[in-house]
Design a protein around this ligand. Sequence first.
Ligand code: ADP
Length: 345
Amino acid sequence: MKLKSIWVWDKIDSIETLLANIADGVIVTDAQGRIVILNSAAEKIFGLSREKTEGNTGHQRLDSLIKQSIQGKKLKEELTLAYPQKRIIKVKTVPLKNKNGEITGAIAICGDVTKVRQLEKIREEFIANVSHELRTPISAIRASAETLLNGAQGDPRATKQFLENIHKESERLSFLVADILDLSRLESDKIRYPKRKVPISKIVNEITDRFSSKAKEKQIKLKTKTPLPSLELKINEKDIALALSNLLDNACKYTPIGGEIEIEVKEIKEQVVIFVKDTGIGIPPQDLPRIFERFYRVDKGRSRETGGTGIGLSIVKHVAEKHGGRAQVESNLGKGSKFTILLPK
Ligand code: ADP
């Protein structure tokens, strides 16, 4: 709202109706900085009450801005509130003048920008993370290509090694980009999210089949606890399959040779619970609370070596949440992990 000094201040009733219906908080004070008008948005933002308010707003910085506006200044500032809720409020204060141009008080317009600032922060972090993650494979590809150009081509063994390196890193780059696209699709609220009824056993069996050869390669026993419940769920089949394959992929990656992975599906009250258990390396307790954050890895080196992007589990979390459910983990360091996806029936 663009406010210039207000000249006429006699139709208080209609002005109050107007103020009650705007989303921004509006506080009007007299020349001593005492509140004379306060709309409900301002009450809510600052935890004030029209009945109880005598005097100033009680917020030190806001009172100071108002005081300066009574001296004739137009000011803008973002305030961080701890009370009544943690919020970021964009405040604009201007002098209030009468017909003769004399200052009779001040007006403060207060907009809640908490959500906007949070989203901006998330986006900035995301971009910083993505560029950091992209930089690693790109630098590796570049270094290998440069070494080849600088003469390594003469040595067939070195050439093969650098070309393999370029191939491996470019593959990682495309996995990373695919994961980032999946994640940003899942994080967006705008895109329609199609769901249809699918037997849960169908997805579990398909994904288990898909990982059977990978498990066999590592002599890992991959099994499904049978019988699987014969149950249809209204889900986004592709994304549930994606989440499950991320969990199985991790289970295979982080379980040493000779280990075991088991998938179990259970109906518990109003929920369908999918467990993916492994006898792998486990996750240290201090890392558990952050494990579903994007790009969070316990051991960056190990994750990279195995082609990890650090996005898999955040995709799992988002897919569960898109279905009104959630993802959980329990783990015993050195013994194994149990990932759980809970979905409402
Ligand atoms: P990544 O691509 O690195 O596997 P994820 O988001 O899938 O990324 O997983 C994040 C981190 O969580 C991994 O880097 C690993 O440290 C840990 N992790 C995930 N699954 C398991 C598991 N089954 N056993 C042990 N650690 C795991």
